[in-house]
Design a protein around this ligand. Sequence first.
Ligand SMILES: *Cc1c(COP(=O)(O)O)cnc(C)c1O
Length: 458
Amino acid sequence: MPADAGSCAPRPDPRPDPRRAIPRTDALLADPRFAAAAQRVGSTAVKAAIREAQDEARRGTIAPHEVGDRAAAALDARLGQATTLRAVVNATGVVLHTNLGRAALSPAARAAMALAGGPCDVEFDLADGRRARRGRGTLTALAGELPPGTGTLVVNNGAAAIALVAAALAVTPGRPEIVVSRGELVEIGDGFRIPELLEATGARLREVGTTNRTHVADYEGAIGPRTGFVLKVHPSNFRVSGFTSTVAITDLAAVCARAAVPLVADLGSGLLTPDPLLPAEPDATSALRAGAQLVTCSCDKLLGGPQGGLVLGEPDLVERVRRHPLARAVRVDKTTLAALEATLRGGATPTHRSLHTDADSLRARADRLAAALARLGVDGEVVTSDGAVGGGCAPGVALPGCAVALPQGWAAPLRSEAVVGRLEAGRLLLDVRCVPDAEVDILAQRVAEVARTMTGTG
Ligand SMILES: *Cc1c(COP(=O)(O)O)cnc(C)c1O
């Protein structure tokens, strides 16, 4: 006989008192939402949220049937406050905005991260109860995107990937020189420079060529018994034009093969296969096919995943890098592995969508935003707006799109509502490229909120 038999079928009351319809605390606590919340914030907080919602129903400010939802919403808000980070609407038009955390993760990647937050079989085999290869699902997914037989390693970020390769292939084996073109000595951002990063590992740079021109013979003249490897760095965040010349990976691969030294290509952006929208961005598959023995790149740029770095290529070289003592210092967390796998298996990422949404769809989205604003009493003009890839990728590539223009003075109050737009020619542009269709109304409401405080009518 069920424990609560007899208590769950109230007799109809001829004069119902709405307060009697307020759900009881113990009934609400049986709701799985609150059981889950109790695990996260504790049962005292859950009971307090329920009591407050019940009080609101007694006062008549919400209907009795809304008590559960109200308490759940209050608990969700409380959970959100456990971090001082605020979720923002990226209305800058910059797809990989470094200061907004680069790539936005797909819903699948976010869910995978949440799952992996608990105990999970990241390096455990549930079938035989033994230790298993850490992150094997992620590595398999990665290998599936690359030429057959490619070795894979995931580390903390792109910088860690290059530093680890320098340590494992140059410093530790006692061939400390890394041969690199003077045209490829890149500062990544915030004052960090790849040459200094490499030297910090104990490696020495053997610079060849000039800023604008480097030839095959320059490399040939520099390779010797002290060469650990030849490094080709994609100058991802700047372009040199005019009287220039660089050596393609294919030609460099031939030089390296003759001298029996590895060729490493640091690609930065993390495309695994070519993207026709960005013809100048190198990709890992093409670089490996062209003869690079190792490729390093980031996971949170064009790959569209969590912060991470990849070392890809010849399995025995990847294994040497993986076995280096420093690898442990830059290994990735289980939540990163989970998010990366979900990114790879989950189809188009938000990064890909933001890059590839066509101009007509962006115009329609901007029209929708302007119309929603008009309904809320805010005048905004739809204008064309050039977005950018960002994250130091594809410099100079303009992504034609649309924005809603507002007076510049709206920028600061909108930021306090966690809306970040772009200032251009004395106006604030809310570029819709990175605002998913589902968030257009939320954006409109936040703008209307600001409008009320600015006109003092709220
Ligand atoms: C971005 C970038 C890096 C650094 O990668 P992080 O993931 O930011 O550490 C290294 N090399 C190139 C060419 C890059 O574009």
